[in-house]
Design a protein around this ligand. Structure first.
Ligand SMILES: [Zn+2]
Length: 391
């Protein structure tokens, strides 16, 4: 997908798609360990991957989005693009930014020597995002600030926004020494890392640089979250309040790249689903997964291989299949010479497996029928797999 943005339009041509498909079919078959006769659509579905041409278009769309072109799904909201390298301060003017890690109240007390301490936090609650500052002098809070972010923002963005606003506060403050506290190590590391081009980190560093020039002493600290530290608990409560308060205007609404990525992925899944549904192949797989979109979400938890792949494709050691490829004389099942032994026959009606079906129904309160195979896959398998994870 190197430089996909330059050549992605070519992947829309039918000829190119056919070539890509023939490359990908073999890989997909190996991934789900299927027979070599399995169709591209079945193999892709069970391998949990998207067609190559759609992946190429995804890579191109993501590149364009990172460069600032708008995503139709986002309307007029902007994505959070990185700051251009030329717009960042010259490396010679970099100030060394470090943070210390404080695990408990004792360590916090030992480092409590600044005039002003600013506790920052970000929080996501009930799908809403907020950030807050709690500003302390001595042992009590003198002021606080709350910020509201768009619902699609991440906690990481909220933590960074809080640190950024705190550095802004330091710049305006009259006191000489400040301690900034955050419980997000990732956010602090981004701020301390001069090569990070996150817009909030760049702004924070710029604020800190100016504060150093003003002769202010600023120390950064990471403190353990939920360790009962009063400043951190207070900032946490304020951030939650900020998230839940229904404000009309958001203080920060840049859409994170991760969210744009998800939007682009959903778009590809829709396209893939149309192709899967209108395709003539994968008849057996479609009984289990009528929608390629649902299959894409489920398959990661099921990870079919071996016998399960044989069942989900109908290509396996079944008489009807073996007869089709001239590996067995008759397509009929052991139970009745008139019945073809297909996977559907074995699963839903073959008397040889009555006992297994009965046991299954006893255990799951579900009946194995042709028209509920897709529900069984979605519900029963997921439960089974969840139980496995617990064990
Ligand atoms: Zn039978």
């Amino acid at each position: 997908m190197y430089a996909a943005a330059a050549w992605a339009p070519a992947s829309k041509k039918i000829g190119a798609q056919k070539l890509l498909n023939s490359v990908q079919r073999g890989f997909a078959q190996k991934l789900c360990k299927s027979y070599r006769t399995v169709s591209l659509h079945s193999a892709l579905t069970l391998a949990g991957i998207l067609p190559l041409d759609l992946r190429i278009q995804e890579a191109a769309a993501l590149y364009e989005t990172k460069r600032g072109s708008p995503l139709p799904e986002l309307g007029d909201r902007e994505t959070e693009s990185r700051v251009g390298f030329a717009e960042t301060p010259h490396p010679a003017s970099h100030t060394d930014i470090r943070f210390e890690c404080l695990e408990d109240q004792r360590q916090v007390d030992r480092h409590n020597v600044q005039e002003v301490r600013i506790f920052t936090d970000g929080s996501k609650i009930e799908g809403k995002v907020g950030a807050a500052l709690s500003i302390w002098k001595g042992e009590s809070e003198i002021r606080n600030q709350k910020f509201c972010l768009s619902a699609y923002c991440t906690v990481y963005q909220a933590e960074l926004l809080a640190i950024c606003k705190a550095t802004g506060g330091v710049l305006k403050g009259k006191e000489k020494s400040y301690g900034l506290y955050s419980d997000s190590r990732a956010a602090l590391e981004t701020v301390a890392n001069h090569s990070s081009l996150h817009p909030l980190a760049v702004e924070s560093r710029e604020n800190l640089r100016k504060a150093f020039i003003q002769g202010k002493d600023v120390s950064l600290f990471w403190i353990k979250a939920h360790a009962g530290l009063p400043g951190n608990e207070r900032a946490d409560d304020l951030a939650k309040e900020a998230a839940l308060a229904s404000k009309r205007k958001h203080d920060y609404d840049r859409c994170p790249i991760s969210y744009a990525k998800n939007l682009i992925r959903s778009r590809s899944i829709l396209l893939w689903n149309d192709r899967y549904k209108s395709g003539e192949t994968a008849a057996v797989t479609k009984l289990f997964f009528p929608s390629a979109g649902d299959a894409y979400r489920l398959i990661r938890k099921i990870k079919p291989a071996g016998l399960l792949t044989q069942v989900l494709t109908g290509h396996g050691g079944f008489s009807q299949y073996l007869h089709r490829f001239k590996c067995r004389e008759s397509p009929s099942c052991d139970c009745d010479p008139e019945k073809e032994q297909t996977i559907i026959h074995l699963l839903t009606e073959c008397p040889v497996h009555d006992k297994a079906r009965y046991d299954f129904s006893q255990r799951t309160k579900e009946i194995v029928k042709l028209d509920n195979l897709h529900e069984l896959i979605a519900n029963i398998f997921l439960d089974d797999f969840k139980n496995l994870e617990k064990m």
